[in-house]
Design a protein around this ligand. Structure first.
Ligand code: NAD
Length: 490
């Protein structure tokens, strides 16, 4: 099945059923995947527990999630559990090309005979390429779609829902889009519709569920469930305690500064850093910046999070209070225009601005580009100086998209092991219940959440205390857990 050529010339190889930047990077990728495996005890334990029984046999799984080394370990775990997998990235800048190459090549493949998993991703995709690659990852043989999706941010889920809607109402593809990204998506859906007007109808008849990785994707799912438009059961992986209270917090605590440092090499100590949003991600960012000696200012809309920040000793202010003083601005809100174009134009010259939240609209990049007379000077990939007509400038990282994945390697493997162990457990649950469950959004049971944590204790030499029968009885608990009620907040 082939589509019209894209308006952009793809830099990727197209041999075989995959598209990666450079297959010759596969050996390097494989060595680094092997290093990552040592730091991902949760996923390796699942391979050991379920590898023999192959509980995902027969499942066609599409992943739309950053194509990194850690994701490579996730992909190969799903395959070892029996699934047939296709993969694309959920962010145009986050692919690690050596990881993608190793996945395409496979452990037993060679450059002449790749034997890996069909992966469609490279670092620095255009928006048109992004949607094309996602589209390719949703195409299994025989014109079939996936049974299950691993989504991060909700784009795969969005493409299917919107595509299906457009099959009934093609005029909606002519609507004016709100962003360049949406324009590219609508363009892609139009091509697909012209090629195969029943593609999404066929896809949804065998689509049994989605597990969603991140906060923003979960918001989208809840919105669809509330409107009654959600087509499948969804598992909110983000709100497993062993995901959001670890990946979002401890992951960002390490990968934010990794991104800023690789991009700019700036000395953080002594600087004024403004962190917009004090949720899980913001808490991790603020802590790492303070740890390195920055003076941290937090902005918040929620009085509880604002009070938490104040009690942690951070000054809580409005962005506009610190525009002329802030040296580093970071958005971690999941919201649009946390920093507006006008605010960007009023910042102290030389301020570093980046986003670790979601997408490219936490910072109003579209508005920045529209400022009359503004000039973009590229320093290196994912680092730009934006020079205002009066000569002042800001340094923008990763074009306002995730700085830790655009300018660095994302979170360390160990914390991703916890997130991805939840992902595999969610996929197992969705597959096991595929004929029974109805659309809706839920989290994994606390018992499994505790199990994910348990699988990571040995690696850190943790010795866990065990309740004896009298203590368990006193607390009204089973000695094996769960240890907290569902409403406990950690
Ligand atoms: N880069 C990464 O590796 C990574 C990892 C996990 C999550 N995320 C993304 O980061 C974002 C935040 O995730 P989270 O788990 O911290 O969410 P969260 O809901 O816990 O925190 C977001 C916080 O931002 C605040 N906020 C919202 N709008 C604001 C505004 N305009 N100004 C100031 N504060 C505002 C909210 O009150 C909230 O406290 C999400 O988009 C999520 O998808 C990124």
């Amino acid at each position: 099945m082939s589509l019209d050529p894209l308006p952009h010339q793809s830099p990727a190889t197209t041999d075989g059923d995959f598209r990666v930047k450079d297959l010759s990077l596969a050996d390097w990728g494989r060595s680094e995947i092997e290093l990552a495996e040592r730091e991902m005890p949760g996923l390796m334990a699942l391979r050991e527990i379920h590898g023999g029984a192959k509980p995902l046999a027969g499942a066609r799984i599409t992943g739309s999630l950053h194509m990194t080394l850690q994701t490579a370990v996730l992909i190969e775990t799903l395959v070892e559990l029996g699934a047939q997998v296709r993969w694309s990235s959920c962010n145009i800048f986050s692919t690690q090309d050596h990881a993608a190459a190793a996945i395409a090549m496979g452990k037993t493949g060679s450059p002449g005979q790749p034997r890996g998993v069909p992966v469609f991703a490279w670092k620095a995709e255009t928006l048109d390429e992004y949607w094309e690659l996602l589209d390719l990852s949703l195409r299994f043989s025989g014109g079939r779609g996936p049974n299950l999706i691993v989504d991060d941010g909700g784009d795969a889920t969005l493409m299917i829902h919107l595509g299906l809607k457009a099959e009934a109402d093609p005029a909606m593809l002519d609507q004016t889009a709100e962003s360049e990204d949406e324009t590219a998506l609508l363009r892609r859906l139009k091509m697909i519709r012209a090629e195969d007007p029943k593609r999404w109808f066929r896809t949804v008849t065998q689509w049994y569920g989605v597990s969603e990785e991140t906060t923003t994707g979960v918001h989208r799912l809840h919105k669809m469930a509330k409107e009654g438009s959600l087509l499948v059961p969804a598992i909110n992986v983000n709100d497993s305690v062993t995901k959001s209270k670890f990946d979002n917090l401890y992951g960002c605590r390490e990968s934010l500064l990794d991104g800023i440092k690789r991009a700019t090499g700036v000395m953080v100590a002594g600087k004024i850093a403004v962190v917009c949003g004090f949720g899980d991600v913001g808490k991790g960012c603020a802590q790492s910046l303070r740890g390195m000696g920055a003076r941290v200012i937090v902005t918040e809309i929620d009085p509880i999070c604002a009070l938490q920040a104040a009690m942690e000793g951070y000054q809580v202010a409005k962005v506009e209070d610190f525009l002329d003083q802030g040296d580093i601005f970071i958005t971690a809100t999941g919201c649009v225009d946390a920093i507006s174009a006008r605010q960007l134009s009023l910042m102290k010259s030389g301020a570093i601005v980046c986003n670790i939240g979601h997408f490219d609209h936490e910072i109003d990049i579209a508005g920045l580009k529209r400022i009359p007379g503004i000039r973009r000077v590229n320093v290196k990939p994912q680092v730009d100086r934006w020079v205002f007509p009066d000569g002042r400038e800001i340094i923008l990282l990763a074009e306002g998209r995730l700085v830790n994945l655009g300018c660095a390697q994302g979170h360390p493997s160990f914390v991703m092991s916890a997130s991805f162990t939840n992902q595999v457990l969610a996929q197992l649950a969705l597959w096991a219940e595929r004929t029974k469950a109805s659309p809706g959004v839920r989290v994994l049971p606390r018992r499994l959440d505790e199990e994910v944590a348990r699988l990571h204790l040995d690696k850190l030499g943790v010795r866990l205390t065990t309740l004896d029968a009298r203590q368990a009885d006193y607390l009204g608990l089973d000695a094996d857990g769960p240890f907290k009620s569902d409403s406990y907040r950690y």
